[in-house]
Design a protein. Structure first.
Length: 437
């Protein structure tokens, strides 16, 4: 971690940082930008498929619920790839591992773009997804190491801004390109974004030393902490609620609300703007009042998702609700990621990556459940009820986590009183005390 020492712009390492001073410290904001570029590419490929489901389904002659497996398959690939790629990368410097992950991402998207049959397309999506969880997990740890302790959630939010901006720029433009030039062109462009992210990481991210003394058994020890498991449960259910609604957003908006296919682009922009706003607000308040932020965002998300069943029938109501879903959904991302890192501070890399996988486990679960209720004939708005139930369940876990924390006398990171420990450094506090996102 680094703190500004004087107004002249010099830096000194924070007291708890175990790494020697890095050369090129003034470039650290650009290092965060490089991570955001990689996140932009990953976010685009993850979400753009939802705007192109009808086109992809038409190309391969499958139903839209079947095409939805491209969402489910990607999400499950993240779930499996997050721990797998992180474990494989434990002996590799984090910068190099980030570059390797972006290379894998590029390959997967090229395969998707050129896939002759649906099965190959699905395989390409899974290959690309293997890089997703480990990239965000390792990237979050790197981002947190580059700033002062009190700015960690903000640094993580900055990296995740690439993911949210993808929903404002990358996803709508990718949808527009896919509708006019073909969805294969969209995935080739996404592969190019991945290559740009790889080059940015190579040029701008500093060569952080690989943490010494950290072994897989140390990383696995974090999963014995019930608070880590509760946070991951909140991640699965909370963000799953968002995906239940937005996975089938295109057919919902065209068949129920009455929007034209071409209107889906600006609707995705609204959703993305909400995600950007929510991510920034979540990052800001996660450093101040983490658990209250989670209570508020998850509770409001459950209400808004339930209301979407009604507001989806009017254009203005649908547009406003989409913005709110994006904002409330992504307001949970920085605090949930910080919560996990706080509780697994001594060896956070695997826990961080697995929590990214938990986001996508929620995505897969929600996409599957949403497809089930649609296939059962309950209507295009039925997934909104699924989403509301998932978000309400996440709120219940948050309340349990908060009650347990009060009972044991520990405090959450960002609410004061917790000590932040550098990633990979031995924990100086008992395992029950949170330390960093």
């Amino acid at each position: 971690m680094w703190t500004q020492a004087t107004r002249r712009g010099h830096y000194r390492p924070a007291a708890q940082h175990t790494h020697p001073p890095l050369k090129g410290t003034p470039l650290m904001p650009l290092a965060l930008l490089a991570l955001a570029i990689g996140a932009f590419g990953i976010g685009t490929t993850e979400f753009v498929i939802m705007g192109l489901l009808p086109e992809v389904a038409g190309t391969y002659g499958v139903s839209i619920p079947t095409a939805g497996f491209l969402v489910t398959g990607y999400a499950l690939g993240v779930v499996l790839g997050a721990p797998l790629m992180t474990v494989l990368g434990t002996r590799i410097a984090r910068k190099r591992m980030l570059m390797l992950l972006m290379g894998l991402f590029v390959v997967g998207n090229v395969v998707s773009a050129l896939a002759p049959v649906f099965g190959v397309m699905l395989a390409g999506r899974v290959v690309a997804s293997l890089a997703h969880g480990a990239f965000f997990g390792i990237g979050a740890v790197v981002a947190a190491e580059l700033v002062a302790p009190e700015k960690k959630a903000g640094a993580i939010a900055m990296m995740f801004t690439g993911l949210t901006v993808a929903n404002v720029v990358g996803v709508p433009l990718g949808t527009l390109v896919g509708q006019h030039l073909g969805w294969r062109v969209t995935f080739l462009i996404v592969a190019s974004l991945g290559l740009l992210g790889l080059l940015g990481i190579a040029r701008l991210v500093p060569d952080l030393p690989r943490p010494e003394g950290v072994r897989i058994r140390h990383e696995l020890a974090a999963f014995r902490n019930v608070q880590v498991l509760l946070a991951m449960g909140m991640t699965v259910l909370g963000f799953g609620g968002v995906f239940a609604a937005i996975t089938y957003i295109t057919p919902m908006m065209t068949n129920v609300t009455g929007f034209a296919d071409t209107s889906v682009t600006w609707l995705l922009v609204l959703l993305g703007l909400g995600m950007v706003a929510g991510n920034l607000v979540g990052g800001r308040f996660a450093d101040r009042a983490l658990m209250p932020m989670l209570y508020t965002s998850l509770g409001a998300l459950a209400v808004v998702l339930a209301a979407f069943t009604l507001t989806a029938h009017t254009r203005a109501g649908a547009a406003v609700t989409l913005f709110l879903i994006g904002a409330l959904g992504f307001a949970t991302v920085p605090p949930l990621q910080k919560r996990v890192l706080d509780q697994a501070a001594g060896a956070p890399t695997l826990a961080s990556a697995v929590n990214i996988g938990a986001f996508n486990l929620g995505n897969a679960l929600a996409a599957w459940l949403g497809g089930l209720v649609i296939a059962a004939g309950l209507g295009w708005t039925a997934p909104n009820w699924v989403g509301a139930a998932l978000a309400a369940s996440a709120l219940a876990l948050a309340l349990v986590s908060g009650a347990l924390e009060r009972r044991t006398g520990t405090r959450a990171g960002g609410e004061g009183g917790s000590r932040v420990i550098a990633a990979g450094a031995p924990a100086a506090t008992p395992a029950a005390v949170p330390a960093h996102h």
